[in-house]
Write a protein that binds this ligand. Structure first.
Ligand SMILES: *Cc1c(COP(=O)(O)O)cnc(C)c1O
Length: 394
């Protein structure tokens, strides 16, 4: 799996990694629903155990259905190799932990995904690993936070509530200068709209649950990097923690991936229309969206990401949590749910993290008037009319 970054997108998605003659010329690859593989001789078995990340031996290590998907996602990211996991959070842990030991330090952008935050601040703290969270709009902030025991810089650009960006190339340069491993959560932009490896990042990772799968029917994760880096991770956290994706989920994810380019294209267009409607609406206090002119890093977004994706946050002009609830309960075409990246539009009100009496709620970083909106594949007119009628109730 060497440099595949120049392969045409449709070739990667429709053909790369698929050896149809090996399975009766079936157009769709089979699900190899097996835990292990048998060998005709000791010699063949010895070879397989010594090349476990490449050759089918045991499904916790390699499975042919999953292997096709590894090749595709690696090529999309312009990476040499990819490993797939049972969830995005398993991918985050496997990307981070192999580089750390007791006494080490991590520099992380502030407000990463909630469970990434818990991994870094709570779980790894039990093993005497410290983290400094930095405001990420200035690349220099990362350099200033580096200590003698720093091993890794962690980015998420943009993050998924406040949509703050980091200058990926600049931070990657800082990591290289100090000999640190750089990791980025690229779930929001996807490898189609942002290519961190080209910008100098070592490991790019995904909650494949979101855009890559795109059908709300699978939880999965992916990490991409050099062959040597993926081999190091394979031999450590990947095999020992064993958070591997199942063959069936690989198959579903591959099916979802087939339509990623058109899903994203549609989402970007619809989202721009919905954002334009909301931006001038008198009941909207603020919009957090990298591709709207009001975003403080609008220019960086345009330079670093090739097109807009379909999620943003709105701050409502609401007097109390009860009116936010009224707005959300009135929505007919936005399901109230977490996650994102699929065919259906969603609303995630921050006030679910509060009780209606307690405005000091648990998550102080997310104001109770904020609602994260994910735009699915519905018609823009339908979504705009729905938001309009619900805003009328405020
Ligand atoms: C959902 C999400 C994750 C975690 O992925 P899971 O598949 O839910 O484990 C990580 N990062 C981001 C940005 C996410 O949205």
């Amino acid at each position: 799996m060497n440099d595949s970054s120049s392969l045409p997108l449709s070739y990667i998605i429709n053909h790369l990694g698929e050896e149809r003659s090996a399975y009766f010329h079936s157009t769709v690859p089979p699900i190899f629903q097996t835990s292990m593989f048998a060998f005709p001789s000791v010699e063949a078995m010895r070879y397989a155990v010594q090349h476990e990340s490449e050759v089918p031996f045991y499904t916790r290590g390699n499975n042919p259905t999953t292997d096709i998907l590894r090749k595709k996602i690696a090529a999309l990211e312009g990476a040499e190799d990819c490993l797939l996991f049972a969830s995005g959070s398993a991918a985050v842990a496997a990307a981070v932990m192999p580089h750390l030991k007791a006494g080490d330090h991590v520099v992380c952008v502030q407000k990463p995904y909630s469970w990434t935050n818990k991994l870094l601040t709570l779980l790894l703290a039990r093993f005497d690993i410290r983290v400094t969270m930095v405001e990420g709009s200035e690349a220099d902030n990362f350099e200033r936070a580096i200590e003698p025991t720093t091993r890794l810089i962690y980015l998420e650009s943009p993050n998924s509530w406040t949509f703050e960006l980091q200058d990926i190339a600049a931070v990657a340069q800082i990591a290289k200068k100090h000999g640190l491993v750089s990791v980025i959560d690229n779930s929001y932009a996807t490898p189609l709209y942002q290519k961190p490896i080209e910008l100098g990042i070592d490991i790019t990772l995904h909650s494949a649950t979101k855009y890559l799968n795109g059908h709300s029917d699978t939880v999965a994760g992916a990490i991409c990097g050099t062959k040597a880096m993926m081999q190091k991770i394979f031999n450590s956290e990947y095999m020992t923690l064993g958070g591997v994706i199942s063959p069936f989920n690989s198959w579903l994810l591959m099916r979802g991936l087939r339509t990623l380019p058109i899903r994203l294209e549609r989402a970007g267009k619809t989202t721009m229309q919905v954002v334009q409607f909301l931006a001038t609406h008198p009941k909207i206090e603020k919009i957090f969206y990298p591709f709207h002119e009001s975003h403080p890093q609008y220019e960086l977004a345009q330079r670093q990401m090739s097109a807009p994706a379909g999620m943003f946050t709105i701050a409502l002009k609401a007097n109390d949590i009860a009116s936010v609830e009224r707005f959300c309960n009135a929505l007919q075409y936005f399901l109230l749910a977490v996650s994102w990246g699929s065919y259906e539009s969603l609303a995630f009100p921050a006030c679910v993290l509060y009780t209606s009496e307690n405005y000091q709620g648990a998550a102080q970083t997310l104001h109770w008037s904020w609602i994260r909106l994910y735009i699915g594949l519905e018609d823009a007119d339908l979504l705009i009319a729905d938001l309009d009628q619900a805003l009328g109730l405020l």
